[in-house]
Structure formats: structure tokens, C-alpha cells
Design a protein around this ligand. Structure first.
Ligand code: NAD
Length: 311
């Protein structure tokens, strides 16, 4: 197939000064996109700021013959998110792609994970994605074209030690799938990446570390390079992308679809409400995932799951 290109397209990648965002920005720029390299430049817990990471990535892109501009706004503030989009429009005249990637990690579980931990985590991951996408939305709507990528985590599958993070990442799945439904008629696609790579948060020597505990040899460490995630992100950002509202897992050279499925379950056929004991008696049927169903949306689910009522 022909090379996938992004000539004439303008992309924002948040948190692109390091880690995964840097890899996404480099690939998009290499393929012709003009990139706003956003990064606040703080610690992995989200403390402080430093223009160095964003500027370094911009220099790297320009040295390779690409076009990019640095932006050090904080996605943890609504004004910051609007300013990022303003940077794109002011510097490059439009906005086609938003890769919501910026993230922090403040390890704590109950009861240590307090309101401050939750709010700061939600500010960057959830509200940052919400406000940046919302600021870009009118431009995408007007041009009838846009690609939005959100970043979740397989940590959402169950990560007790980083509870607020897993909570925020779960919320992003609801955001992605629901915004995708609203986006489709406007020519905008919204999809979610669940990446896996060795970066600052996963390199921590002092915190639980699933990735480095298993990736012990050099070849496996190389496979955990951030660049292995970016081809999937770039596809989701491309004009030819065919999917909407999906969650894709990428890392270590492996690419997969992550979906939300529902079992056919058990239907109470007697009169009135099913007795409590019947739920227990039919537990195996309720949980039998042999013929699970993957709903595309709430309406799709409702017509399928409640189908027995109209039979
Ligand atoms: P990283 O720390 O290497 O990079 C994150 C970047 O985001 C940093 O450069 C940081 O300065 C920037 N950032 C943080 N808060 C910001 C803010 N408020 N405004 C602007 N920039 C900000 O981490 P990473 O591993 O590359 O993570 C990137 C994304 O991928 C995050 O959303 C993370 O949760 C997600 N993720 C990563 C992995 C993994 O295996 N590395 C797994 C699942 C999800």
C-alpha cells in the first residue's frame, strides 16, 4: 500500500515532550503533519514545569525536516487547553488531529488516595482530554473533519495501587465511546489507545512496576520502546481510518482490539419479578460468555439486550 501521509494536516499532541507523546509527534511530523508539541514539562507526578522537553522535541522534528511548534500550556486547566488549540490555529491555521496523551501518575490506593490525588489526576487525564477536545471541536465541526485520540490504560482492568489513575482512564472510555456517537455524522472520528511502553512512570524504581518486572532482557526492553505504540495512534489519526469509538491496545509489537462485551445472560420467563434465589441458581448462564455480544452504542445495546421483550 502507499505510504500514509498527513500533508496539510495539523496535529496537537499533548504531553509530547517525552515518552509516548514524543514518539507520536515524531511519527506524525515525519509523515508530513504540522505538529503542536504540547508539554508542561513537570515531574511524573505532575509537579513543576519546564519548557525543555517540548522545545527539544520541536528541535528534533525541525532537524529532521518537519514542522512543529512548542507549547507549554497545562492541560490540567481549561484555559490551558484552549490556549493549546489557539496555538495550533495561530501557527498553522487549522486543527485536524488531537492526540490527548498527557498524563501523570500519583500512586496511591484507598484510603491514602485522597481528594487531592483524585482531582489532580482527573484534571490532567479526564478534564485535560475533555477541554482540549472541546476547544478543538468547533474547528473540526466547521471543516467537517477531525480525528481525536484519547489515551486509556490497561490499568483500568484493575490497578489498586494507582486508583485515581485507573478511575480516570476508565472515564475516558465512556467519553470516547459516547463522543464517537456524536462525532460520526460530523466527519469526526474518536478512538482510544491503550498503550504499553517503558517510559518515566513505568521505569520507577520505587513503585510497583509490572512492565520492567517481566521485560528483563534487552530485546524485550527494545520491544517496549514507545515507537511501537505510535503506528496505531497514527492510523487512528489518518484520513483513511475506518473505525470510530474503538479501543486499541498497542505495545511491544502487538496490536489488538479491546472491546466491551455482554453475555447473552439469562431471561426470567415467569410472571413478576425474578426471585433473588433464581439469580443465584442461574449464575452460570448469566456469566456464560460463549455468545457474548459487543454493543456499538447504548441504542444498539438496548435493541439487542431488550430484544426478548419485543419477541
Ligand atoms: P511520560 O511521563 O513519559 O510522558 C507524559 C508527558 O506528559 C510528560 O512529558 C509530562 O510532562 C506531560 N504532562 C503531564 N502533565 C501535563 C499537563 N498537565 N499538561 C501538559 N503536559 C503534561 O508518560 P508516558 O508513559 O509517555 O504516558 C503518556 C500517556 O500514556 C499517559 O496518558 C499515560 O497515562 C498513558 N499510558 C502509558 C502507559 C505506558 O506503558 N507507558 C500505559 C498506559 C497508559
Amino acid at each position: 500500500m502507499d505510504d500514509l501521509r498527513y500533508d496539510g494536516r495539523v496535529a496537537i499532541v499533548t504531553g509530547a515532550g517525552r515518552g509516548l507523546g514524543r514518539a507520536h509527534a515524531l511519527l506524525l511530523a515525519e509523515r508530513g503533519a504540522k505538529v503542536v508539541v504540547n508539554d508542561l514539562g513537570g515531574s511524573k507526578e505532575g509537579e513543576g514545569n519546564d519548557a525543555g522537553p517540548a522545545n527539544d522535541v520541536v528541535q528534533e522534528i525541525i532537524a529532521a525536516g518537519g514542522e512543529a511548534v512548542a507549547d507549554t500550556n497545562n492541560v490540567g486547566s481549561e484555559d490551558g487547553c484552549h490556549s493549546i488549540v489557539e496555538t495550533a490555529v495561530k501557527e498553522f491555521g487549522r486543527i485536524d488531529i488531537v492526540v490527548n496523551n498527557a498524563g501523570i501518575s500519583r500512586w496511591a490506593t484507598f484510603p491514602e488516595a485522597d481528594a487531592d490525588n483524585l482531582e489532580r489526576t482527573l484534571d490532567v487525564h479526564l478534564r485535560g482530554t475533555w477541554h482540549t477536545t472541546r476547544a478543538a471541536w468547533p474547528y473540526m465541526e466547521e471543516q467537517g473533519y477531525g480525528r481525536v485520540i484519547t489515551t486509556t490504560s490497561t490499568g483500568m482492568l484493575g490497578l489498586a495501587d494507582n486508583l485515581a489513575y485507573a478511575t480516570a482512564k476508565g472515564a475516558l472510555i465512556g467519553f470516547t465511546r459516547s463522543l464517537a456517537v456524536a462525532a460520526a455524522p460530523k466527519g469526526i472520528l474518536v478512538n482510544c489507545i491503550a498503550p504499553n511502553a517503558v517510559t518515566r512512570p513505568s521505569e520507577s524504581a520505587t513503585k510497583p512496576n509490572i512492565v520492567t518486572a517481566t521485560a528483563v532482557d534487552k530485546a524485550r526492553m527494545q520491544a517496549m520502546d514507545t515507537a511501537h505504540v505510535s503506528p496505531m495512534v497514527a492510523y487512528l489519526a489518518h484520513e483513511s481510518c475506518q473505525v470510530n469509538g474503538e479501543i486499541l491496545v498497542a505495545g511491544g509489537g502487538r496490536f489488538a482490539r479491546w472491546f466491551l462485551g455482554i453475555t447473552p445472560g439469562w431471561v426470567h420467563e415467569g410472571d413478576g419479578v425474578a426471585p433473588l434465589e433464581a439469580v443465584v441458581e442461574h449464575w452460570d448462564e448469566i456469566n456464560d460468555d460463549a455468545d457474548y455480544y459487543i454493543p456499538a452504542s447504548l441504542h444498539d445495546w438496548a435493541s439487542n439486550f431488550m430484544g426478548h421483550l419485543s419477541a
